[in-house]
Ligand binder design. Structure first.
Ligand code: NAP
Length: 540
C-alpha cells in the first residue's frame, strides 16, 4: 500500500472502539487521518474473540459509545450483558453510520515505526513492507490484544485440535462426544467452560488458580429498561463520570466494617442478586484498600461458591484464597453450577502442574495423563504492553520502545512515552484503562487527543513530547497510588506476573477515572504542562 497521500496528519493503528472513535473525531475536525487494522473488519478484540459463551462483563447500555445520542438511540441491545456477536454487529453498524471504512486499511499490520527527526514525522512500515508517513501516530491497539501461549513444553507435539480463546476459528467447533481439556480459569476460561459443559462429551477444566466470579444475572432488555435509559441520559452519564470505574452505579458511602454484619450481608446479597462485578465491587468503599473489609467480602463470595457446588472437595478447590478483586473479577452465567453436572471435571493443577503436552493430551508432573481430543487455551494475553511492544518503534536518537520499557512501561498519563515525539497510546499502562468501563476511558482519551491536535494546529506546534521529568513524576505518582491499594499484594496480569521475564510493575492507573481525567485535562488546560512543545518548522 505504499501510501500516495503524502504525510498524513495522524496515523491510527487499530480500528477497535478506540481507533474508530478517534478516526471519526479527527476527521470531523478536518485532519487528514488514516487508520490501519490488522483484521479484515472493525471491532478489535470483539472481532478476534469469538469463543462460545463470550459476553461483555460491562452492561450493554454502558458498553457502547456515550458521546453520540443518535448512536445511543439508533441501536437496540437485546440483553443486559451482550454476547460477542451483538457487540461486533454494533461495531460494524457504527462503522457504517459514520462511514469509517473509507479511511481504514484492513488486513494491514504495522510492523515498524521510525521517527524522522528532521522532518518531524513518523514513517510506519507494514508487515508487507509498505510505508505510511504521518506527523502523529496513535496506537489504539488495545490492552488485551496479544494472546499468550502457556509456557508448557511440547505444544507442537500435540496432534489434537488446539485452540486459543483469543483466536477462535471462524468455522464451527463441534465438540460433541469429545473429551475437551480447558487450560485457564480467568474471564475467558469461565465463559467458554460454561458454554461447553453439556456440549462436549467430557470437559476437563485444568485450574491453576481459582477465580472469584459474580453472576451476571443476565436477562433480556425490555422497553421499560430502554425508557428508563433514554429518559435519563444526563443523570446516568453524570453518575458514570463520578464513579472511579466509569460505571453507572451510586458511589459507596461506607466501608464494609462500618456497618453491622446484617446490613453488610444484605448489601452484598442485594448486589449479588443484581448481578455484575462492577456494581458488586462498589458495595463498599474500602474493598480494594482495606484487607479486613476485603476479607469480609471475599468470605461472602466463598460461601456462595460452597453453597453452589455440591461436591465439597470440588467446592474447596474452586474457592480462591487470595484477596478479593485484586485480580480481574469475573462475571459468569452459571459457571460454578457446571461442576454439578455429569461429565465436567475440575483438575487442580496448582500442586500437580501440567508438565507437558503429549501427542494425545496432557501429562501432569505426577505422571498422570489426560487424553484429550481438543485442548482449549484460555491462557490470556501479554496484557497492556504486548501490542505496543509487538511493533518495533524507534524514537529519538535510536531509542526503541523495547529499550524504553525494558523495566516496565513508563509514560506520561499513559498517553506519551518520553523520547517518542508525536506518538500516543490510547488506554495504555499508566491510565485507568482495564480498571474501568474501557469505553469511558477510550472516550476520554479520544476527546483529549482531539483537543490536543486542535490546540497544536491552532498554535503552529509541530512536535509534542513528554518530558523525562514529567514522565518520572507520573510513574512515581502511579506507583504511590497502587501501593496504597491491595492490588499489588496479589500476582496478576495487571502487574505482569503471568509472563516469565515480564517486568513486575502494576500497570494501570489505580486512582480512578475521575481523578485521572482531572489530572489529564488539567495538564492540557495548563498549556500541556509536562510536555515539550516545538513550533512547526523548528528543529526540536
Ligand atoms: P487471564 O485472566 O490472564 O487467565 C489466564 C488463565 O490461564 C489463568 O487462569 C492462568 O492461571 C491460566 N494459565 C496460564 N498458564 C497456565 C499453565 N501453564 N497451567 C495452567 N493454567 C495456566 O486471561 P483471560 O481469561 O483471557 O482474561 C484476560 C482479561 O480479558 C480478563 O481479565 C478481562 O479483563 C478480559 N476479558 C473480559 C471478558 C468479559 O468482558 N467478559 C471476557 C474475557 C476476557 P494463573 O491464574 O494461575 O496464572
Amino acid at each position: 500500500m505504499t501510501d500516495d497521500r503524502g504525510v498524513h496528519d495522524v496515523l491510527i493503528v487499530g480500528a477497535g472502539f478506540a481507533g474508530m472513535y478517534l478516526l471519526h473525531r479527527l476527521r470531523a475536525a478536518g485532519f487528514d487521518v488514516l487508520a490501519v487494522e490488522a483484521a479484515p473488519e472493525v471491532g478489535g478484540t470483539w472481532y478476534h474473540n469469538r469463543y462460545p459463551g463470550l459476553r461483555c462483563d460491562v452492561e450493554s447500555l454502558e458498553y457502547q459509545y456515550s458521546w453520540s445520542e443518535a448512536l445511543r438511540r439508533g441501536w437496540r441491545w437485546s440483553e443486559r450483558f451482550s454476547a460477542q456477536p451483538e457487540i461486533l454487529a454494533y461495531a460494524r453498524w457504527v462503522a457504517d453510520q459514520l462511514d469509517l471504512r473509507r479511511d481504514i486499511r484492513f488486513n494491514t499490520r504495522v510492523a515498524r515505526a521510525a521517527w524522522q527527526d528532521a522532518a518531524h514525522h513518523w514513517i510506519a512500515t507494514t508487515d508487507a513492507g509498505e510505508t505510511v508517513s504521518a506527523r502523529h501516530v496513535v496506537f489504539a491497539t488495545g490492552a488485551l490484544a496479544v494472546p499468550r501461549m502457556p509456557d508448557i513444553p511440547g505444544i507442537d507435539r500435540y496432534q489434537g485440535r488446539l485452540i486459543h480463546t483469543a483466536d477462535w476459528p471462524h468455522d464451527t467447533v463441534d465438540v460433541a462426544g469429545q473429551t475437551v481439556g480447558l487450560i485457564g480459569t480467568g474471564s475467558s476460561g469461565l465463559q467458554v467452560a460454561t458454554a461447553l459443559a453439556g456440549k462436549a462429551g467430557r470437559l476437563k477444566v485444568f485450574q491453576r488458580s481459582p477465580a472469584y466470579s459474580i453472576p451476571a444475572q443476565n436477562r433480556p432488555l425490555t422497553d421499560a429498561d430502554y425508557a428508563a435509559f433514554l429518559g435519563n441520559l444526563p443523570a446516568l452519564d453524570a453518575m458514570a463520570m463520578a464513579h472511579r470505574g466509569g460505571i453507572v452505579c451510586p458511589l459507596p458511602t461506607s466501608g464494609a466494617q462500618a456497618v453491622s454484619a446484617e446490613e453488610r450481608a444484605q448489601t452484598l446479597e442485594d448486589r449479588w442478586q443484581h448481578g455484575g462485578a462492577f456494581t458488586f465491587l462498589s458495595s463498599f468503599n474500602d474493598v480494594q484498600t482495606d484487607a479486613g473489609s476485603n476479607a469480609l467480602v471475599a468470605d461472602f463470595v466463598r460461601a456462595k461458591i460452597r453453597e453452589t457446588v455440591t461436591d465439597p472437595d470440588t467446592a474447596e478447590k474452586l474457592v480462591p484464597r487470595y484477596l478479593f478483586a485484586t485480580r480481574r473479577t469475573c462475571v459468569d452465567t452459571g459457571y460454578y453450577q457446571i461442576f454439578n453436572r455429569e461429565g465436567v471435571e475440575l483438575v487442580d493443577v496448582s500442586t500437580d502442574p501440567i508438565a507437558e503436552f503429549t501427542e494425545t493430551g496432557i501429562r501432569l508432573a505426577s505422571g498422570v495423563e489426560h487424553p484429550l481430543d481438543t485442548i482449549i487455551l484460555a491462557t490470556g494475553y501479554d496484557a497492556m504492553t504486548g501490542a505496543f511492544l509487538a511493533v518495533e518503534v524507534t524514537g529519538r536518537e535510536g531509542l526503541t520502545n523495547a529499550q524504553a520499557w525494558a523495566e516496565g512501561p513508563v509514560n506520561l498519563l499513559g498517553l506519551m512515552v518520553a523520547g517518542f515525539p508525536n506518538l500516543f497510546t490510547v488506554t495504555g499502562p499508566g491510565s485507568p484503562s482495564v480498571l474501568t468501563n474501557v469505553i469511558r476511558s477510550i472516550e476520554h482519551h479520544v476527546d483529549w487527543l482531539t483537543r490536543c491536535f486542535e490546540d497544536l494546529r491552532a498554535q503552529g506546534i509541530g512536535v509534542i513530547e513528554a518530558t523525562p521529568e514529567a514522565q518520572a513524576d507520573w510513574v512515581a505518582h502511579n506507583n504511590a497510588i497502587s501501593a496504597g491499594t491491595l492490588f499489588t499484594r496479589t500476582p496478576s496480569w495487571y502487574c505482569g506476573a503471568d509472563i516469565p521475564g515480564k517486568p513486575k510493575v502494576f500497570m494501570p492507573y489505580a486512582g480512578g477515572l475521575p481523578a485521572y481525567r482531572q489530572k489529564a485535562d488539567g495538564m492540557a488546560a495548563n498549556g500541556y504542562a509536562g510536555f515539550a512543545l516545538t513550533k512547526a518548522g523548528v528543529r526540536a
